[in-house]
Design a protein around this ligand. Structure first.
Ligand SMILES: Nc1ccn([C@@H]2O[C@H](COP(=O)(O)OP(=O)(O)OP(=O)(O)O)[C@@H](O)[C@H]2O)c(=O)n1
Ligand SMILES: C[C@](O)(CO)[C@H](O)COP(=O)(O)O
Length: 245
C-alpha cells in the first residue's frame, strides 16, 4: 500500500481470454457484440469510467492480442487511461497472473474484472476501490441470493444427486467483479496459491487474510449463457432510453 506522501494508483486487469463455451459456438465471448460493440469494449469502458483507474490491462484470447489492440484503437476510450494488451492462458487464474505480470511498477490497488461482466456501474467500481484504499487487502462486490442453495453429492453416473446440506441463505452472497486488492497481496497470492480457485479473492482466503464484501449491483451480472445476452441487450436499451447513452 502507498505511503501518505503520494496518491494511490489503481490499475484494472481484465481477463478476457475465455472461449465462452457455455454461450455456444462463435467468436471468443469477450469479442462478441452487445448492441454492436464488443463485450470487451463495454468492460474496458466500465473500468475506465472510474477516474481512479489510470491503467487497464486486457488479457486477450491467446491468439487474439492483435485483434484486441485494434479494437481498443477503434473505439472511443478516455484519454486519461492507459491500455496494455497481453495474451491470456488456459485458465482464468493463469490469465489473471499473466495480466498481473504485465503491470508496470507503482500501482497500489489492482482490480480484477471479468470481461464477461460488461455492464458493471461505475459506482460499484468506485466502492471497491475505496474499500481497498481504506485498508482492506481484498474486496468483493456481492449480492444476497434469491434462490435457496443445496449442497449435493455429485454422481458420475447421472443418477439423481442426493442433497447433503442446505446452507443458511441469509449468510450466502453471490460474488461479482471487479474484485479489488492491495497490489502486493494479490501478487503474493498468485505466486503462492497453486490450487484452482474460481475467483481471486479465494486465493487471499487461502493465505488466511481477510476478504470483505461491498454491495454488488444487479447489472454486474456475468454473461455466461445465451439468455444473459438477452438481459444485457435489455439493460443497454434501458440505459439508452434513460440517459441517451
Ligand atoms: N482461460 C481463460 C478463461 C476465462 N477467462 C476470463 O475469465 C472471465 C470469467 O470466465 P467465464 O465467464 O467462465 O468465461 P469463459 O471461460 O469464457 O466461459 P466458459 O466457461 O463458458 O467457456 C471471462 O471474462 C473470461 O474471458 C480468461 O481470461 N482466460
Ligand atoms: C470471478 C467470478 O466472476 C466471481 O463470481 C466467477 O467466479 C468466475 O467464474 P467462471 O466459472 O470462470 O465464470
Amino acid at each position: 500500500m502507498s505511503d501518505e506522501s503520494r496518491p494511490f494508483r489503481t490499475a484494472a486487469v481484465i481477463p478476457a481470454a475465455g472461449r465462452g463455451v457455455r454461450l455456444g459456438p462463435g467468436a471468443p465471448k469477450a469479442l462478441r457484440a452487445l448492441n454492436g460493440t464488443p463485450m470487451l469494449i463495454h468492460a474496458v469502458r466500465a473500468m475506465a469510467a472510474s477516474r481512479a483507474v489510470s491503467l487497464v490491462v486486457v488479457v486477450a484470447p491467446p491468439d487474439g492480442a492483435t485483434e484486441v489492440k485494434h479494437l481498443l484503437a477503434e473505439h472511443a476510450l478516455p484519454d486519461r487511461t492507459d491500455f496494455l494488451v497481453v495474451p491470456g492462458g488456459e485458465s482464468r487464474q493463469e490469465s489473471v497472473k499473466l495480466g498481473l505480470d504485465a503491470l508496470p511498477p507503482g500501482f497500489d490497488v489492482v482490480l480484477v474484472h471479468d470481461a464477461a461482466r460488461p455492464l458493471v456501474p461505475v459506482d460499484t467500481v468506485d466502492a471497491v476501490i475505496e474499500a481497498v484504499r481504506e485498508g482492506a487487502p481484498a474486496v468483493v462486490p456481492a449480492l444476497p441470493l434469491a434462490d435457496t442453495v443445496k449442497q449435493v453429492e455429485p454422481r458420475a453416473d447421472g443418477s439423481p444427486e442426493p442433497v447433503v446440506a442446505t446452507p443458511e441463505r441469509a449468510r450466502l452472497r453471490a460474488v461479482q467483479t471487479p474484485q479489488g486488492f492491495d497490489h502486493d497481496t494479490l501478487v503474493r497470492a498468485h505466486e503462492s496459491v497453486t490450487e484452482n480457485v474460481t475467483d481471486d479473492a479465494g486465493m487471499i482466503e487461502q493465505l488466511g487474510l481477510p476478504v470483505v464484501v461491498v454491495p454488488g449491483h444487479e447489472e454486474a451480472f456475468k454473461v455466461t449463457r445465451p439468455l444473459d445476452l438477452v438481459l444485457a441487450e435489455a439493460v443497454l436499451a434501458r440505459r439508452r432510453a434513460n440517459d441517451g447513452f
